[in-house]
Design a protein around this ligand. Structure first.
Ligand SMILES: [Zn+2]
Ligand SMILES: [Zn+2]
Length: 302
């Protein structure tokens, strides 16, 4: 069908472009938070309908019993962490660091056009996001936090924000910390936050989309579906959050011309309840013990 073909190729660039344009307008008129939210709701609603109209994996449309847990993690990680950082910590930190940058000690090229500064911000912060994400997979204490995100058995827009809030906090502090130490202005920080939110939701959507060369540069759903694979030859790849530059540099880029697995998730046991998931990193041996003992389906284990 022609319409589906247009939507398959056009949805990702069109939606990402619309979100950037809306946010740029909001920044221009001094209403970035309002326009960010408008763009985010527009993106979520459009993807929600596209997921039903042309799903990548029909099986992933069914309920997994984790809707409220996904939303609770989204609220606690994005809401609380970003709220604290953007409205408290980062602005406070920025106010402290900005005079240093203005006095000529910061190395950020503030004379560059804003678009070039935003690209520089995305590329440099991505190095920290990549590092945090890769550490989250390689270092067991950090994996215990990141495993909450990977425990999902289907990908769709609602589990975009399913992160243990400490997992989010680590990557946000590392990425924004680097930008502020370099002397980047708050506009760049706001742009990075918006771009990361838009790409994050696009990345997790269950929409049948095509990408071609877009996946060489940006983190797309087709790349991120490999990242959620149980098979570590596929899952231990594509750590990029927004762009794939550092995956190319550190040889963790992975994409093959075949369907990624439907059966995604982790090999460890994950508790069902939100509050138990929050405690999971501190009590993971307990939950692993439960899984080893269970004979039938255990209602406490997701
Ligand atoms: Zn991961
Ligand atoms: Zn993911």
């Amino acid at each position: 069908m022609a319409i589906k073909s247009i939507l398959r190729w056009g949805s990702w660039p069109f939606l990402f472009g619309c979100c950037l344009a809306l946010f740029a307008y909001g920044m221009h008129i001094g209403q970035p938070i309002l326009y960010f939210n408008l763009a985010y709701v527009f993106l979520a609603l459009t993807l929600f309908f596209l997921e039903r109209f042309m799903p990548h994996e029909r099986e992933w449309l069914g309920a997994d019993g984790q809707l409220w847990q996904d939303l609770a993690h989204t609220l606690s990680s994005k809401g609380l962490v970003q709220g604290l950082l953007i409205f408290g910590g980062v602005i406070g930190l920025s106010a402290f660091l900005t005079p240093a940058a203005e006095a000529g000690r910061g190395i950020w090229p503030r004379e560059w056009p804003m678009a070039a500064q935003v690209i520089l911000g995305v590329v440099s912060a991505e190095f920290m996001l990549y590092l945090a994400h890769r550490m989250g997979h390689r270092w067991p204490p950090m994996w215990a936090f990141h495993a909450i995100h990977h425990s999902v058995k289907r990908l769709w827009i609602v589990n975009t924000g399913r992160f243990h809030f400490i997992d989010s906090l680590i990557s946000i502090v590392m990425a924004l910390g680097l930008l502020l130490v370099l002397g980047a202005p708050m506009e760049v920080v706001k742009w990075l936050s918006a771009v990361t939110a838009f790409i994050g939701m696009l990345t997790h959507c269950n929409v049948d989309m095509k990408f071609g060369p877009i996946s060489w540069f940006f983190n797309t759903p087709e790349l991120h579906r490999w990242h959620h694979s149980k098979d570590l030859r596929e899952g231990d790849k594509n750590f990029g959050e927004n762009i794939m530059l550092w995956d190319w540099v550190f040889r963790s880029y992975f994409n093959e011309d075949r369907r990624p697995p439907v059966d995604i998730g982790i090999k460890q046991a994950m508790p069902v309840a939100f509050r138990h998931q929050l405690m999971y990193p501190f009590r993971r041996n307990y939950y692993h013990g439960l899984r080893d003992k269970r004979t039938e389906k255990d209602p406490h284990i997701f």
